[in-house]
Design a protein around this ligand. Sequence first.
Ligand SMILES: [Zn+2]
Length: 449
Amino acid sequence: MRGLERARSFGFGALDRLRGSPVRRQIAELDAVDRMAPAERLRWQRERLAVILAHARDTTPFYRDRIPPHVDADTAPGVLVGLPIVDKHLIKDRFDEFVSAAFSRSALVGGHTNGSTGAPFPFFMDRRRRDRVRAETFFFGRWAGYHIGEPHVFLRLLFWHPKPAIVQLLENQLVLEPRALGSAEIDRLLDRIRRSKAVTLIGYPSILDLLARRRLETRRPASFPMRSAISIGEVLLPGARETIERGFGCPVFERYSATEVGYIAHDCEKHRLHQNVGSLWIELLPPDSCTVGTGTDEWRIVITDLFNRGMPFLRYELADRVIPDDRICSCGRTSPLLRSVLGRVSDRITLPDGRDIEATGLGGIFYDLTEIRQFQLVQTASDRYAIVVVPEPTFGDETRRAILRRAQSLLGDRAAVELSLVERIEPLPAGKHAYILSTVDRPGEGFSS
Ligand SMILES: [Zn+2]
């Protein structure tokens, strides 16, 4: 396999070179920023910040009159904090005002995200920023022992937008979709992972935990050549980290990312969560009285993307809450840390026949339905599910049918699915914005802490 891996790595490099090496150059820049002393890095960030602020002022309607005519590296941070904090609801409502006029829409890469709140959100990214996200994948992947071209397994639900086979082949990525999960399906998944000879396993911690438990229960032979597991999309609880480490015999790395702004923080070799200072300007703000889920330690996270010129994200607040960490990491990097990310938790959902379903991934089923402002899927009995939707003005029968069809195809014929429209979905206490939840009593394992 080594030869093939080298070929894949070479294949990726050759393609990138044909395009002028945009990804390779951005990996090099991320490396350089990573090595900078704090003062030098702050200077570099301020310069990037001044550039994106001037670009937003000149090309993006929302910022035209909000950013002064002269911004430089010295004044940029002050200008930034004078801007309003925006969130996905505001951007969605005034979408055209946030798209830069410097690009034609066809030159931009469109994306959709469901984020962690059950609120489908469309966005744009210019191609250079998309390449930087790819660069981030390789840059941070190395921290977790993964190198370009090596076999890895991605456990996630792709629903109706499968990744092209050629991309999977080139990246040496095997995508496995964990849908209904009874013991037989879990055993099949474990078997496919083992046969793939993957060195890295990427997935939601709840599913990695489920697989790891099964391995420990059945005492399967420890024939996994796994080098690392990467946890995405949900809070990685200490218990799950420990179970996954034992189950797969490898360290677990936490990855905190959002589709619209790329990588936000990543675990280093010492398992501390470093902020992505090479692409983002991150503000951590103390909770205020208007904010939900205000535990004393939970801070708001506000992101400014230093590179997305297609749709500048300036002071963009994510719904997550984080706990800051002012220590310096012993790995040698001086970039600031996060102690943990809170709030991305889902309850466990089961099918009428008792099999589990991967709940966080399940939330992705409506991610491209922008007629939904927000939704919540609640399991109310072993075979009953309620989908509660806050509609956009564009919501109509077609969207209603699409929601029910998709839900039914995942939950199966025996599931009774009910859809209701509401004006508002109340947040849950304790910073938990579960949009997938269960009110069915299930003593025991407690995935949903
Ligand atoms: Zn570190």
